[in-house]
Design a protein around this ligand. Sequence first.
Ligand SMILES: C[S@@+](CC[C@H](N)C(=O)[O-])C[C@H]1O[C@@H](n2cnc3c(N)ncnc32)[C@H](O)[C@@H]1O
Length: 283
Amino acid sequence: MLAEVDRYLITKDSGYYVDCTFGGGGHSLYLLNKYKNIKIIAFDQDGHALQRFETNSDIQKVKDRIVFCNDNFRNIETNLKNLNIPKVAGLLADLGVSSKQLDDKSRGFSFNSDSVLDMRMDSRQHLTAYDIVNTFPKEKLEQIFFEYGEESFSRQIAQKIVETRIKTNIKTCNQLKDIICSVKYSKGNINPATKVFQALRICVNDELGSLKDLLNSLENILDTGARAVIMSYHSLEDRIVKQAFKSAQSLKIINKKVVTATQEEIKINPRSRSAKIRTAEKQ
Ligand SMILES: C[S@@+](CC[C@H](N)C(=O)[O-])C[C@H]1O[C@@H](n2cnc3c(N)ncnc32)[C@H](O)[C@@H]1O
């Protein structure tokens, strides 16, 4: 959704913008190539994104205008302070997991793999999906599946996990998928394990906590007239963004109705089907 990001984010064609979620660098590159006088501070907690940043030949061409912080965006204020940048001209966050992370079977995000349950975006962190599945109490598992995955079979799945792990550790993505499929039938072409895997990913990476911390920093780091554009893919995230924008005294909501992808965009990029963009401007 490059056009939408461009339209809502850019209010001046110079200064420092923040890309909180560099990923493959698509948004950063688009903006740097279009606006020759802006600079970007890019965040990504994933070491693979840092590697892409260092090796991508298109990034090399604009390297004098982009700085990479291999950190969680929840630490944005500390990073900007260290870089001596008190205020920024705008901020973009394209939340969640990237297709590169999902497609790399060894990362343990995807249910069709014999990889160990991992799901860490930042491999320096300790907690993995394996730890959660094999050590969290049944009630906690149920809560995670229900709250983060809106999984209606959360109780039965949590019960089955606990029964299984007494006998043997649940090590791989396929093992967990089979447990889920033993208590839940598939509907249409959506895999029955989708919601539980999403819930585990959100929990492993404390995605909602990181988002709340980022939103709490907005009023301190945005320059007057600067905008925050947040793209979310989950109803819980969207609710958090909506609420934070509403309750921040110095933020004005720019799009009262969420912006969603056009049919053309959905055809090219199916992930954009569930994308919701909210924008607020610092007064
Ligand atoms: C949806 S992808 C972004 C794709 C990117 N906009 C592009 O054009 O390629 C999300 C990226 O944000 C990173 N990410 C997610 N949550 C993060 C957080 N709290 N702090 C830093 N990076 C995060 C992920 O590692 C992933 O690479």
